[in-house]
Design a protein around this ligand. Structure first.
Ligand code: HPA
Length: 270
């Protein structure tokens, strides 16, 4: 795996020597965020040897290098999901790559279903912690000694310092933000009402099919991590409505301007 990572780094370094400070992974609704920044270089995933390619409609597949304000960033436009059939080690390969390219901080975004009954569709939730008990750990397999230790600590995955930055930035933007625990499940089917009751019993506030595995891989290699979920819908059984991807996308699109404004403010305050 480390050799594969090094080959990917070499493949990117043939195209750009840009050194990012912050890595940003874009979830639903933020897909075009990278189009609004000062772009220095782009690298299509398909041009990177051995890179897992995303198959979900609406996800572009490329890294965008550039500046948000003065901050050098690398943006993942389109992520890789476990439900597409990749091994977890491939799902987190792009995250590791961004760390190996120099990023010190990782900013995760996603669309998620609201488990917490006080959440409304379209609200934002700062991720304070996560639960990944129901998905394979991305660090399973031989440990990559070059990146981190066999048994990395996970007692503060989402950095206290960056959580303060997010609170302060939301206030500056006049945007309300909830705080809660993200539960990652495999998908691709949405949850049953019984599964959502289980997640609530576990202490979860939002549920989704990504993100937490990326946070684990990033913490393994010592990156500072933060994340925000856009609550696009109430999770199964929280309301009478059936879930569908279209509703998820519509809500994400509806609040995307606000989300982008918040993301920019946070990156500038990081
Ligand atoms: N469940 C899982 N993933 C999701 C949801 C959901 O309700 N909404 C958006 N992503």
């Amino acid at each position: 795996m480390y050799k594969k990572l090094m080959a990917c780094v070499a493949s990117i370094r043939e195209k750009t020597d840009f050194k990012p400070e912050v890595a940003l992974i874009l979830g639903s609704g933020l897909g075009d965020y990278a189009d609004g920044i000062k772009v220095e270089a782009t690298v299509n995933y398909s041009d990177i040897e051995g890179f897992p390619i995303s198959t979900v409609a609406g996800h572009k597949g490329r890294f965008v290098f550039g500046y948000v304000g003065e901050v050098p960033v690398v943006i993942m436009q389109g992520r890789v999901h476990y439900y597409e059939g990749y091994a977890m080690s491939d799902v987190v390969l792009p995250t590791r790559l961004m760390g190996m390219l120099g990023a010190k901080k990782l900013f995760l975004t996603n669309a998620a279903g609201g488990i917490n009954t006080s959440y409304n569709p379209g609200c934002f939730m700062m991720i304070t912690d996560h639960i990944t008990t129901a998905v394979p750990n991305p660090l399973i397999g031989p440990n990559i000694e070059e990146l981190g230790s066999r048994f990395p600590d996970m007692s503060e995955v989402y950095s206290k310092r960056l959580r303060d930055v997010i609170r302060k930035s939301a206030e500056q933007c006049g945007i309300e933000i909830e705080e809660g625990v993200y539960v990652q499940l495999t998908g691709p089917s949405y949850e049953t009402p019984a599964e959502i009751r289980m997640c609530r019993g576990w202490g979860g506030d939002a549920v989704g099919m990504s993100t937490a595995c990326e946070a684990i891989a990033a913490r393994h290699m010592g990156l500072e991590v933060c994340g925000i979920s856009c609550i696009t819908n109430l999770a199964a059984g929280v309301s009478d409505r059936k879930l569908d991807h279209k509703e998820v996308q519509e809500t994400a699109d509806r609040v995307s301007m606000e989300f982008k404004r918040l993301v920019t403010q946070i990156i500038e305050n990081m």
